[in-house]
Design a protein. Structure first.
Lengths: 371, 366
């Protein structure tokens, strides 16, 4: 049995430096798309961190308010007590929420400020990395924010127009936009009034959260009741919907550049190997076989470039995460798949011109002396 | 003896390759120009409200630095104090907050402004209709309105309450958020915060003296420059790293495209270059050849980038009018610098190949 010669791969990689440049060019073009997607995916994770780590099954907010980020929710102060009285509710914890600047002598950070009951802890940080929960006049800061504000335990920060002493630190509360600071609900109410922003609700064992959500919505007027997962999904959609236009523009440019590089590479490789194609034709190779060679080159280019682009994206993510801890770059498998599919489309388009050239090759060219 | 223009001839031998190179480099430079232009547009819009609202000073809650990103909450006693201050010609309360609107299944960020009808702080230019007077009335920015098919009489939900559109404002679209105007009383109800406001806009002809008097009463006062600096700082924090990353990647891809084209040309013409070397061309001459070629490609790419940029900007601002793409001489200079940088870096690869080229190549068949 005769073995097929892997012409596509050999043609592409015969001149290694050119192959490296070509793969790198396409890879960097795909990296453009992956990096931007990664930044937005990271922002989505950061924005939803508080709610994803909450022990709540359901979140009650003001009617029509489905998110925390860039949002304001104001509930009647008696909402917590009324929620607790609903059958099937195991616990209900109110939190106060606003976005303000938290400052120290060394800097300022835009921050969610969340007021919660430290004796309950359900509305507070998931776990403290250092120190303890806040008492009166005290605040818990995210570690990254504390570092940027140059304050540690016992340090002083300004928020809500008052001074707070840092009693504890936690992790995972800082995003590309803002950080998160926890104070006591009493301090929050003293400085901003007695309203409750959101109520976190836990369902009793055996209670279906969907049914409980309907009961709560019927019992608590002028509220929106969502499951924790739905609330997180709505939060993530703020980032995805707001970034959709920018994403489309950048992805279009990235793929257009990739198209130019793939087209350039395949065209160059094809021109350099026209005699070989002539030989193949003279030996009786069908157009389908020649087309397969060109298509194989396109697939090789895109596949290798995608691998390099993903590796580069992970590297860029690690470097950026180290240099700028507030920016998280997350490479999601779904994004890689999308970029890969886009890359294949680009590869197919880039192969059209070389393919036409190959199909028009005169078999007699195999016998001509090269110039 | 006349020199043979090898660089130009090599560049122009294969027009299709030149087109592909120009497209690749041009797109990378277009990206750099677009990012620069978008960033300039963002910076020009960060104080859109403050620039148009006609106030010289802003009384805010202590610690506040941004009108919309911070949730400033002031008691109305601050308004009374401001009005009673000598030198204050007008003082108007304004509620300023970000809100997420759900429009046709999309999350749309909006800057909600609550102002007192007839006082400063409301929409500064109307495309059609009138400013809000009733507490169930809203004016929406025209870009937002067009994008979401809102017109006079449409209903919009803001913070869980339905409002009737009575006007469409113009010149009120910022980079990520459009402005939405309601009455101050409506926001009091929405936020369950009667008796408070976010900011007091102060109009005066003696800003310095009035500021001192207001601060003397324990009020926190900001001016336009401070708000601009704080807004810019916030925008830089959010967009700075992604923009710099994108520019870096664009630079990388442009460099690689130039290097690939120049290198492919050297590989394919190694016999000719071998002849040049066999005829005694110095290393400097060969380096000049490589550099000339990459510079030529960069210049052609820069031209293509300019054309792509003009087309891309027209397309973006037509499809998404909220994006302001501003071309500055600084932006152009940076793009030209990037093109030059790409050419210099890209020249390294073909230059090394040429330096190691054996002159005997000239006598080989291929």
């Amino acid at each position: 049995m005769t073995r097929m010669v892997p012409l596509a791969r050999r043609n592409l990689f015969q001149e290694r430096r050119r192959a490296v440049l070509a793969v790198a060019g396409v890879a960097v073009a795909l990296l453009l798309v992956l990096v931007l997607q990664g930044i937005f995916a990271g922002a989505m994770r950061q924005v939803t961190a508080y709610i994803r780590h909450s022990p709540a099954d359901l979140v009650v907010s003001q009617r029509g308010v489905r998110t925390m980020h860039m949002s304001a929710s104001a509930l009647s102060p008696d909402t917590v007590a009324r929620a607790r009285a609903v059958p099937g509710v195991a616990w209900a914890a109110g939190i106060d929420f606003t976005t303000v600047v938290v400052g120290s002598a060394s800097g300022r950070q835009l921050s969610y400020v969340i007021g919660y009951d430290p004796t309950d802890r359900r509305g507070g940080p998931r776990r403290l990395s250092r120190g303890r929960a806040p008492g009166r006049g005290e605040a818990v800061l995210d570690e990254i924010a504390a570092k940027q504000l140059h304050v540690g335990l016992g340090g002083r920060v300004q928020a809500l127009g008052a001074a707070f002493t840092v009693s504890g630190l936690f992790r995972g509360g800082t995003s590309i936009v803002n950080t998160t600071t926890f104070v006591t609900a009493d301090d929050f109410a003293r400085l901003r009034g007695p309203a409750v922003s959101y109520v976190l609700v836990g369902a009793r064992a055996g209670t279906k959260p969907d049914e409980l959500a309907r009961t709560l919505a019927a019992t608590l007027p002028a509220t929106t009741v969502q499951s924790r997962a739905e609330f997180a999904r709505q939060e993530a959609r703020i980032v995805s919907d707001m970034s959709a236009d920018i994403m489309r523009i950048m992805a279009a440019i990235g793929f257009a550049i990739a198209l130019a590089v793939v087209g350039l590479t395949l065209f160059t490789v094809t021109l350099a190997k026209l005699r070989e194609y002539g030989v193949l034709k003279a030996l009786g190779a069908r157009p389908r076989r020649l087309a397969a060679v060109v298509a194989g080159q396109a697939v090789w280019s895109v596949a290798l470039s995608l691998v390099v682009a993903v590796a580069l994206a992970l590297l860029v993510g690690a470097v950026v995460g180290r240099l700028t801890p507030t920016v998280q770059l997350v490479v999601e498998p779904a994004d890689v798949l999308r970029v890969g599919l886009g890359g294949l489309v680009v590869g197919a388009l880039g192969a059209i011109l070389p393919l036409r050239r190959v199909l028009r090759v005169d078999p007699a060219s195999a016998f001509r002396r090269p110039s | 003896m006349r020199r043979v223009p090898l660089t130009r001839r090599n560049l122009l031998t294969d027009p299709r390759r030149l087109v592909a190179n120009s497209a690749g480099v041009g797109l990378a430079l277009m990206l750099i120009l677009l990012l620069d232009g978008l960033w300039t547009g963002v910076r020009s819009q960060v104080t859109l409200y403050e620039d148009r609202v006609g106030a010289q000073l802003y009384v805010v809650a202590p610690g506040t630095r941004n009108l919309f990103a911070d949730s400033s909450s002031l008691p109305l006693s601050a308004l009374r104090a401001a009005r009673a201050t000598p030198g204050v010609e007008r003082a108007s309360p304004v509620r300023a907050l970000f809100s997420i609107l759900d429009l046709h299944g999309k999350k749309v960020a909006a800057s909600v402004v609550g102002s007192v009808p007839g006082e400063a702080g409301g929409p500064w230019a109307m495309r059609e209709g009138r400013p809000p007077r009733g507490d169930d009335e809203v004016v929406v920015d025209d870009v937002l309105a067009r994008r979401h098919h809102l017109r006079i009489g449409s209903r919009v939900e803001v913070v869980g309450r339905r409002f009737r559109v009575v006007g469409i404002s113009k010149g009120t679209a910022a980079f990520m958020t459009g402005f939405v105007f309601v009455t101050h009383a409506a926001t009091d109800e929405l936020l369950r915060s009667p008796g408070t406001t976010s900011v007091v806009l102060v109009g005066t002809h003696e800003a310095g003296a009035v500021r001192s008097r207001l601060e003397g009463q324990g009020l926190t006062v900001l001016d336009g420059a401070q708000l601009r600096a704080a807004n810019l700082q916030l925008a830089t924090k959010v967009f700075g790293v992604p923009v710099r990353l994108m520019v870096g990647v664009a630079f990388g891809v442009g460099t690689l495209v130039i290097a690939l084209t120049a290198y492919a040309s050297v590989v394919e013409r190694r016999r000719e270059y071998g002849i040049v070397k066999a005829m005694g061309a110095s290393g400097r001459r060969l380096l000049a050849l490589a550099l000339g070629q990459t510079l030529g490609l960069a210049v052609v790419g820069l031209g293509a980038g300019g054309v792509f940029f003009v087309a891309g900007r027209a397309l973006i601002t037509w499809a998404r009018p909220q994006f302001s793409v501003v071309l500055t001489t600084g932006g152009l200079a940076r793009a030209a610098g990037a093109a030059l940088g790409m050419a210099l870096v890209a020249a390294l690869v073909p230059a090394r190949r040429l330096a190691r080229l054996d002159p005997a190549t000239a006598y080989r068949g291929t």
